[in-house]
Design a protein around this ligand. Sequence first.
Ligand code: HEM
Ligand SMILES: *[C@@H]1O[C@H](CO)[C@@H](O)[C@H](O)[C@H]1NC(C)=O
Ligand SMILES: *[C@@H]1O[C@H](CO)[C@@H](O)[C@H](O)[C@H]1NC(C)=O
Ligand SMILES: *[C@@H]1O[C@H](CO)[C@@H](O)[C@H](O)[C@H]1NC(C)=O
Length: 491
Amino acid sequence: MATLLRDTVSFSKQFNDAFPTIVFSAALCTFPAAISYLFLAYYGNAHKSEKPSTLPVPAVESWIPWIGKSVQLMRDPLTFIVESRRKYGPLFEMTTWGSKLIVATDPGMLMSLEHQCKDLNPSTSRVDAFRALTGIHNSERMTEVMGTRIMPVSSKILSPSGTLKSGLMETFNERLMYNFDVLTAELKANGPKTMRLSDFISYHLFCASTNSLFGPTFPFDSYPHYAVISSSIQILHSPMANWPFVARKARRARQGMIDALIKYTEDWWHNGGQIEGVSQLVGQSLIIMKEENLSIEEAAGSLLISLWGALFNVSAMTYWLTAQLLVDEKIYTNLREEAVDKHYMEAPLLESAALETLRTGSVPPPTRSVDADAEIVVDGKRYFFEKGSRIISEMSGYHYNPDVYADPHSFKSERFFDESLPRPKPFGEGHHFCRGMHLAKLEIKSFISHTLKHFSLKVVGSKELPKLKRAGLIPDVLGSDNITLEISLRD
Ligand code: HEM
Ligand SMILES: *[C@@H]1O[C@H](CO)[C@@H](O)[C@H](O)[C@H]1NC(C)=O
Ligand SMILES: *[C@@H]1O[C@H](CO)[C@@H](O)[C@H](O)[C@H]1NC(C)=O
Ligand SMILES: *[C@@H]1O[C@H](CO)[C@@H](O)[C@H](O)[C@H]1NC(C)=O
């Protein structure tokens, strides 16, 4: 992801306690810079006024250069973005940790920017993200093959009709049922079981998703590696990830996961033939990767990236919905009643609750880098976008806009019974919109429906939603979990 995100991650992880001191000393150190900054800003404005047709993107005011509003942004991004939007309009710019960040807050905006400017690029951040996830240093080639060759195939397979025909949901459900049968037998033998809610969700979604993508020969016992990666992705993203002794456990888990995927593909890779039960999605990706002469490590890395993409946001959203129904008895009872006698694809309350989850749930915002100076028209005004800036597309201002969604901060499972209400937009837009949105919704609904049909869930301790932790703008939904779940057979 963006440097901003990386830097804030390491900053917040490492120096949380020393925060005020560091901000203060950073402010002192940058004092000479402040003076030159003010001078340049003045000069810059004077200079720009010669070209009245192009406006600078409205800038969030701050008298601390370099750090700018980073602290407020990190503390409470939702409030910060809603307030800035009110003050500066739907497009504004701010300085964080020395780099310029442009925030686009309205639906359609990122698409329009991309439409007008071909130099908005997700790939720098993507190369970084792929490197962090796989540990493969030279990740450019992998990134390119995924973007140019595998993406078109994925788009086709994951289209609404493609998703239904792909068999992905059948194999997802098959494994989910298998896992739930195992759990049922265990509960019958030993009585109720307690665990962290995020572990429950993460484990079963991992098994179901890997089965649907890779088939039954996937090494499901690699889950512990995945769990470690998932809880330490932020440290893997930070520049410290390559220091000796730091993040050793995370790096080992990452290698463990790559090794498991190499083992899974090895026979096919070297000897050809068939991988039993492999999805068309993964089967075709592997053929492409071989055609493109990727190494088997790179192929395994790319599979890990696909798995991560398919699982990470689905887990976060499923967690959020489950947490909501655990703290609200009424939602739980109604959804369970519906789950018992309706299929998850024909359950109106579940559909509405899933949409409400997509509105209120948190996922990382899409980012772009501006690779060349550009002039872009937004709402009839021509703005100057400076090379090197970053853009984030942040929909929370829209999802929590009271003019669109009344009483936006409460979770209302029946909200989307109102067909006229605009659907939430957590899947991105423009060239890189989410290909897996149909699959994602089906998976979330299937998981919730099957869970409620089989088991009784109860919270141990206080019925409160956890407070969402963030690293910069990246929410860490599963890492914020403090809910202990007691699970028993459905009475
Ligand atoms: C609730 C779950 C999900 C959410 C909220 C979500 C959200 C998003 C968003 C916002 C993007 C755009 C990123 C950008 O513009 O930089 C994206 C991209 C993508 N998503 Fe999802 N996603 C979810 C689940 C899935 C699943 C299950 C799959 C596949 C099985 C998937 C596959 C993809 C792919 C392939 C892209 C990349 C498109 C590109 O780079 O051109 N997503 N997702
Ligand atoms: C892959 O390697 C083969 C054999 O060395 C070569 O013929 C082919 O052109 C290469 N393909 C690509 C896409 O580079
Ligand atoms: C999850 O969703 C965010 C946007 O909401 C997107 O930027 C990101 O690529 C997705 N993550 C994965 C791993 O697909
Ligand atoms: C979880 O966190 C929330 C918010 O900080 C808190 O109100 C709640 O009591 C916590 N629950 C448990 C079981 O610790």
